[in-house]
Design a protein around this ligand. Structure first.
Ligand SMILES: Cc1cc2nc3c(=O)[nH]c(=O)nc-3n(C[C@H](O)[C@H](O)[C@H](O)COP(=O)(O)OP(=O)(O)OC[C@H]3O[C@@H](n4cnc5c(N)ncnc54)[C@H](O)[C@@H]3O)c2cc1C
Ligand SMILES: NC(=O)c1ccc[n+]([C@@H]2O[C@H](COP(=O)([O-])OP(=O)(O)OC[C@H]3O[C@@H](n4cnc5c(N)ncnc54)[C@H](OP(=O)(O)O)[C@@H]3O)[C@@H](O)[C@H]2O)c1
Length: 511
């Protein structure tokens, strides 16, 4: 190698190091799907150096299947599969291959996510076995907006502290079980566990079981255990609307239902509960009134129902124990977070929550659009509104939700998928310009207005627009139909609005 080459290489390395030192250091808390996608999106901007702290020894959070459960780490069953379809749940610049199943099992999702993370060179930013213990404002916070983050190496127990220009909290909120208690519970001789810890169903062979709760976990627990149990009772205090993943003409339900002109649904999903109820494998019961030594008494019953085990599929509460007091406030049951992301009392947009949200729709694209906006805020390209405007927005969401559902702190973070994604995308210029598309690209316009809300549409324009976005939208149905037909889809025309619209356009000779 010539001296000139050595000099050139040395200079390139030095320049690279200088560039790195000018980059803003961002702490990403949690190495689940949200945290790792956050790293990938921070890297797009090329002015950040993300450091992702993950307290376990592996990546993927909830979707990294583990036999052992830990409080604060999401958990699934060996049989869990996604409740949104692959196209609806796709990240905006990473369509799933046509060969993927429409509702991916957890292993398939993990593989698919791994490919995305490899492609974006995410893994080198992750520090495993590193638990975030404390996040507080730096002494110069008022001027700089910086944060002091303290972490513990769970292998060596070493504790270290560092200063970051920004913090994105991605530690999940479906990992701290709610365990209700009932009168007489202490005398019950059987077993009580939360669905968070439910893995294998073999311990329930030939047993009588009560499953409490009718969310997706309760329905899964009832269906799975009823394959081996003597009898399963499904107890609910307020019931649920249940729909199957299988929609009209064998298509995924969400591909048909999550559209601009339809109102959001909030059902529980299960594909097998109907036949389990019709055959008596599972029997519906009201809320548990009390426990006895060998069973439970349901509300309205006078007799004891003998049971061996109770599975509490009663959902999750949330906590961010590492946050300095006063950052995340609750007021009259409401969680004060602007757009479910920003504490309004903070004068800088340098700390945001990603994925602390309950979308009535797929979770991954919602987390992704939050992150894309947060990155623009961190880069100083988007500004947050005044404190008063933030509080007004928070109150409006909460009040609308408690009227529509019921009072509960999580109503502060429940959002309608389409409205929310459109809202966030418009904060940073990624919402499609429908008017322009009407005049320039009518086939695409038609898909966007009448078709499903695919995340690719938020990459048509704005920061880090993706040149493959249009193609991904136009070919989404082919990828969705491939696992069913194993061939290229025929052109399907079953959307009455789309057909009508195309006829009108043809009539006027525009198309
Ligand atoms: C059984 C089940 C099924 C689900 N199915 C779906 C579905 O089909 N579709 C959907 O959209 N959503 C589903 N969800 C919601 C699920 O929460 C999201 O899919 C997704 O996993 C959220 O990812 P996340 O990275 O935000 O959180 P998590 O997956 O919970 O990951 C958080 C990560 O942060 C780490 N962490 C936590 N605290 C610390 C700390 N102090 N320091 C360092 N690291 C920390 C954890 O170890 C974990 O790796 C399901 C949830 C459950 C429980
Ligand atoms: N991909 C999948 O297949 C899959 C599987 C499991 C879970 N998930 C997801 O994981 C998340 C969590 O789901 P989840 O089912 O665990 O929780 P969830 O949706 O919060 O449902 C909790 C259930 O428990 C009931 N409940 C809560 N507290 C109760 C109490 N004290 N007494 C009686 N009933 C009580 C609730 O009833 P009320 O309605 O009366 O409050 C509700 O039916 C959801 O986003 C879900 O979609 C997905």
């Amino acid at each position: 190698m010539s001296h000139r080459n050595i000099y050139f290489q040395h200079n390139t390395v030095t320049n690279h190091r200088m560039m790195e030192s000018f980059k803003k250091k961002i702490a990403v808390l949690g190495g689940g799907v949200t945290g790792l996608a956050t790293v990938a999106i921070l890297k797009e901007e090329n002015c950040f150096e993300p450091v992702c702290f993950e307290k376990t020894s592996n990546y993927g959070g909830t979707w990294c299947y583990r036999e052992e459960t830990e409080e604060g780490v999401g958990s699934i069953m060996p049989t869990t599969y996604l409740n949104h379809s692959k196209e609806m749940g796709a990240l905006s610049n990473f369509p799933p291959p046509k060969e993927c199943n429409n509702f991916m099992r957890h292993q398939e999702l993990y593989q698919h996510a791994t490919e995305y993370l490899k492609k974006n060179d995410v893994f080198r930013h992750v520090r495993y076995n590193t638990e975030v213990l404390n996040v507080k404002k730096s002494p110069d916070y008022d001027e700089t907006g910086r944060w002091v983050v303290t972490v513990k190496d769970r292998i060596t127990n070493e504790i270290t502290t560092d200063v970051y220009d920004g913090v994105l909290v991605c530690t999940g909120h479906m990992n701290r079980p709610i365990m209700p208690t009932y009168p007489g519970q202490e005398q019950f001789k059987g077993k009580i566990l939360h669905s968070h810890s439910l893995k294998q169903v073999s311990p329930y062979q030939g047993k009588n079981i009560v499953v409490v709760g009718m969310g997706c976990s309760g329905l899964d627990a009832a269906v799975e255990t009823s394959n081996v149990a003597k009898q399963v009772y499904l107890s609910t205090r307020s019931g649920a609307h249940i729909i199957s993943r299988l929609g009209y003409r064998g298509l995924p339900y969400d591909h048909l239902l999550i559209r601009r002109y339809l109102y959001s649904l909030d059902p529980s999903l299960n594909d097998h509960i109907g036949s389990k109820l019709m055959s008596g494998h599972v029997i519906m019961k009201p809320n548990v009134k009390c426990f006895t030594e060998d069973g439970v008494i349901f509300e309205g019953d006078s007799e004891v129902t003998q049971v061996d085990s109770v599975i509490m599929a009663t959902g999750y509460t949330w906590a961010f124990p590492f946050l300095e007091e006063g950052i995340l406030e609750q007021e009259n049951g409401r969680i004060n977070l602007y757009k479910c992301m920003y504490p309004p009392e903070l004068p800088h947009g340098t700390l945001g929550f990603i994925g602390f949200i309950i979308p009535v729709g797929p979770g991954f694209p919602t987390g992704e659009i939050q992150c894309r906006w947060a990155v623009q805020v961190l880069a100083g390209k988007c500004k947050l509104p005044s404190k008063a405007k933030m509080y007004a927005d928070i109150k409006k969401r909460y009040e609308t939700n408690i009227k529509r559902y019921k009072p509960n702190d999580k109503m502060s973070i429940r959002v309608d998928y389409t409205q929310y994604c459109d809202d966030l995308a418009s904060q940073f210029g990624a919402k499609p310009n429908f008017l322009k598309l009407f005049f320039t690209d009518l086939p695409l316009f038609t898909k966007l207005i009448f078709g499903p809300i695919l995340s690719y549409q938020y990459r048509l324009q704005g920061p880090h627009a993706w040149e493959g976005a249009r193609e991904a939208i136009m070919t989404s149905e082919d990828r969705m139909l491939f696992p069913l037909t194993k061939r290229k889809a025929d052109k399907r025309r079953d959307n009455i609005f789309e057909i009508l619209f195309q006829r009108i356009i043809k009539f006027f000779g525009i198309l």
